[in-house]
Design a protein around this ligand. Structure first.
Ligand SMILES: Nc1ncnc2c1ncn2[C@@H]1O[C@H](COP(=O)(O)OP(=O)(O)OP(=O)(O)O)[C@@H](O)[C@H]1O
Length: 239
């Protein structure tokens, strides 16, 4: 069953026609990788799902419901968390304050779900370690972990993250891979935009590859990983 489904989505940004009919399926309980060259339309697709741009044609369905014209707060309220490329962290606030802001109902740390917080600390030890530090002082990898932690501070059906591996060292990428594996095991459906093909191959169950504002290929990651010619054609990777 598909938790999220885009059909023929077209998005215009001002005078520019960016998405030309995106068809995308995100199966429930799986991790879907959205790949594609720079400028293919991946971030625009995520922003259209979240209602930050509105599709001029086509539909976005979540859990069987048409969400194409809903506002971003309404979409988030259905249980979709989104981490943009810019991560949305408040640099001057501490890690704890960043987490508190993310927990909609919580007023102080005691109001955050304790079990959940412990689980997040286990997934991302840096969040606990730097709890009272200003978030702006964290390294790139630690910021990314904080951004993901903020997204999962409350239970979510679907987690959408734009380039979580961007600029991260291999050791941190391995931590990320473990953490996403655990999130998936906890039943969260995940949609990731990626440039790092190795990260994508290690983690993805399904894959969709975009080019020129369309999904040009969709299928299992295993099949895509085995087909170097297809990778070469769609991503321009050296054989
Ligand atoms: N606000 C905007 N105004 C005008 N054009 C835009 C805007 N945002 C994106 N675009 C254009 O839309 C196209 C798709 O951009 P998008 O960011 O969705 O691609 P992407 O696949 O995420 O690329 P990257 O991997 O480089 O982040 C690009 O040609 C980009 O220049």
């Amino acid at each position: 069953m598909n938790l999220l489904e885009l059909q023929g989505v077209q998005t215009h940004i001002g005078a520019y026609h960016i998405l030309h009919g995106v068809d995308l399926q995100v199966p429930k309980g799986e991790l879907t990788m959205l790949l594609g060259r720079n400028g293919a339309g991946k971030s625009t697709t995520l922003r259209t799902i979240m209602g930050l741009w509105h599709a001029s044609q086509g539909s976005v369905r979540f859990a069987g419901r048409d969400i194409t014209q809903l506002s971003t707060p309404q979409i988030a309220g259905l249980g979709i968390a989104y981490v943009p490329e810019t991560m949305g962290i408040f640099a001057d606030l501490t890690v704890k304050e960043n987490m508190l802001l993310a927990a909609r109902a919580a007023r102080n740390a005691q109001d955050m779900d304790d079990m959940r917080l412990k689980w997040i600390f286990r997934l991302f030890p840096a969040v606990e370690k730097f709890w009272n530090h200003p978030a702006g002082k964290l390294s790139g990898g630690q910021k990314q972990m904080l951004a993901v932690s903020r997204a999962i501070v409350e239970p979510r059906e679907l987690l959408i993250i734009d380039e979580p591996s961007k600029g991260l060292a291999p050791a941190i990428i391995n931590n990320m891979i473990d953490a996403f594996g655990e999130l998936k095991a906890a039943g969260v459906t995940i949609l990731l935009v990626e440039q790092n093909i190795h990260f994508a191959q290690r983690l993805g169950d399904t894959v969709a590859v975009m080019d020129n504002g369309r999904v040009m290929h969709a299928g299992s990651m295993a099949e895509f990983s085995a087909d170097t010619q297809l990778q070469q054609r769609l991503l321009g990777l050296a054989l």
